[in-house]
Design a protein around this ligand. Structure first.
Ligand SMILES: C[S@@+](CC[C@H](N)C(=O)[O-])C[C@H]1O[C@@H](n2cnc3c(N)ncnc32)[C@H](O)[C@@H]1O
Length: 164
């Protein structure tokens, strides 16, 4: 269950569906100034969260500060790394040169996610099978996590996610 495999822009097809269909549907129902809240449950070391943040920023331009993305995981070391936003060269190989230039700063051979993107993202240690759920979310992503669970745990997780 603690398999931490992840990467930036993993499964591009899924992110394209978000950018073209899910983000516009969420934003359409927002009143001006209202915050959009996304929860990435089981975010490992943060790459999925920052990939969402980059796609949202590209979609919304200057209004991206109205987005809050909550990244949570069972693993404290994974969350600690996610908070730094710091990745080694081999970890950013799926990031296009243009996205790298716009969203990362090179520091001593590593790459740190820009402060404006990090400000959109909040990371917390959290077990969605045990801890109270985050409420009032516009969208919850729980990708490549439930596949490792027995059906009764998958059911428990889904019940948690649909709680108000
Ligand atoms: C394979 S990674 C997926 C990372 C990311 N979602 C992605 O698709 O790239 C699965 C992550 O789920 C986390 N996880 C497993 N069970 C969890 C639970 N009950 N609550 C929170 N995180 C959990 C693991 O610690 C691991 O980091």
């Amino acid at each position: 269950m603690l398999i931490p495999v992840t990467s930036f822009f993993r499964d591009k097809k899924y992110l394209t569906i978000y950018a073209n269909n899910v983000f516009p549907a969420i934003i359409k129902n927002k009143v001006p100034g209202e915050i959009t809240r996304i929860w990435v449950a089981g975010c490992s070391t943060g790459q999925e969260v920052y990939s969402f943040a980059i796609c949202f920023k590209e979609f919304l331009g200057d209004n991206h500060e109205r987005i809050q993305i909550f990244g949570t995981d069972l693993s404290e070391p994974a969350i600690a790394k996610a908070r730094t936003g710091m990745y080694e060269k081999n970890e950013i190989e799926n990031v296009s040169p243009e996205r790298l230039k716009d969203n990362f700063i090179k520091i001593n051979g590593d790459y740190q996610v820009s402060k404006s993107l990090r400000d959109m993202c909040v990371f917390a240690h959290h077990n969605f099978l045990k801890d109270p759920p985050f409420g009032k979310m516009d969208c919850i992503s729980c990708r490549n996590v439930l596949i490792y669970m027995e059906p009764y745990l998958q059911k428990k997780a889904l019940t948690t996610f649909i709680m108000p």
